[in-house]
Design a protein around this ligand. Sequence first.
Ligand SMILES: Cc1cc2nc3c(=O)[nH]c(=O)nc-3n(C[C@H](O)[C@H](O)[C@H](O)COP(=O)(O)OP(=O)(O)OC[C@H]3O[C@@H](n4cnc5c(N)ncnc54)[C@H](O)[C@@H]3O)c2cc1C
Length: 382
Amino acid sequence: MRVVVVGGGIVGLASAYYLAERGAEVVVCEQSSLGAGSTERSAGGIRQQFSTRVNVELSRASVPVWENFESEFGVDIQFRRPGYLLVAREQSTAAAFAENVAMQNDCGVPSELLSPAEARERCPELRAEEFVAATYSPTDGFADPHLALQGFAAGARDAGVEIVTGVTVTDVLRPDRGVAGVATTEGRLDADVVVNAAGPWAHEVAAMAGLTLPVAPRRRSVAVVDPEVPVPESVPLTIDLDSGAYFRPERDGAALVGGHFADHDPDADPDGFARSPGLDWTAEALERAADCADYFGPGTQVRRGWSGLYAVTPDHHPIVEETIPGFVNAVGFSGHGFQQAPATGGVVADLVHDGDTSLVDGSRLTSERFEDGQTVSERNVA
Ligand SMILES: Cc1cc2nc3c(=O)[nH]c(=O)nc-3n(C[C@H](O)[C@H](O)[C@H](O)COP(=O)(O)OP(=O)(O)OC[C@H]3O[C@@H](n4cnc5c(N)ncnc54)[C@H](O)[C@@H]3O)c2cc1C
């Protein structure tokens, strides 16, 4: 079976790897360089504390791959696991915590509900008095997206995948039935199956196949700072769910801060958005981080920052399905596509080879859910 994967980000490369492992002949077309879309702009977070079962399943099915990455791909992705700490200011946010933890525990995730004082034991400078509840899981953490991408690329090449960069897919060839391949800036490529893994460009690639998908590119920013009080590496990635701010330790006391604070969230142009966060966002991010924990006083120094794009669906879950015969979408991962890429690659390979998957409940990931109104939104978003 010949497969063309559109997009050389982490989702496209993981899909290519698992497809080839199962015997497909795969070409990955990347318009720019590998990872040049969202992947290299990710904060690298890997967690299982989601509010819906299918997001927990996608992340959980990815964990063994992250844990064994070095032995499988020969690359140390710097996977560190100080956990994730989710904190709530509002009773309405806290009310969902017990339900989330019960569901996560049922899925095998060792998360727990904490009081603000207990949360402070995990994150010593947390402004515990600001919060009413927290959840924590010790198995969450973060890794280096660049190294993970390189690992999947090398693994895919070893499995026989051809990866071409600087080649843009310009059309999906659809004769009367199914898919015949793609047109590219370097000519035609025949294929039995085309996989759309185009990240923030997913909507455009879907349109080439005659589809309209609810996936919107939305700009998100992060900054690396030297806080006033160094952030120890044992501090969890902490998300202040009600303010939208998050932070995690980098090395040597530095921290990465991020979040989305504006009420408006316009669609961005993936070919022409501002790649630098700007002063207003940076000032607000530091202020929100300081409201959350006393690491970030006025003496905090900004080292650098960058912006990238989330590919957002209305319910913050991806679309992973064979939408029309021969055309598979693996798109719309919001802020969790890096961590969910291994499982997604497995699901894509299952869909292409078997027409179904047992890795996760694929019925929750179809685009039909938007038509039926059968959506349940992910609440734990950052
Ligand atoms: C600031 C920020 C922080 C984030 N933090 C996290 C985090 O902590 N944890 C997490 O799990 N996720 C995080 N994410 C989200 C994560 O980065 C994405 O979900 C993930 O990288 C998506 O991977 P992808 O392969 O689908 O998309 P991409 O990496 O964008 O890859 C898509 C590729 O397709 C290519 N392409 C598009 N159109 C065409 C075409 N027509 N022809 C050929 N090639 C094409 C693009 O050039 C691009 O390289 C973050 C994102 C941002 C912006």
